[in-house]
Ligand binder design. Sequence first.
Ligand SMILES: [Zn+2]
Length: 77
Amino acid sequence: MQDEDLDEEELEIEAEALDDETSYVCQSCGEDIVIPIDPFAGANQEYVEDCPICCHPHVLSVHIDRDGTITVTAEEE
Ligand SMILES: [Zn+2]
């Protein structure tokens, strides 16, 4: 019975993490860039994205915590 309770809690957390977004600061122009996060793509994601302001490419490392907290690290490519 206790296991069932844990499962329900986990589902709630996943639902809260859906359709989320976060932001990073562009290393080139200093703008705060908001990016959408797809929680279905995994807890750890890494991809290259061009800054929409100055087109400077960044390697974004996204980590989604178990409690739904999103951490993003942007490094110049
Ligand atoms: Zn930029």
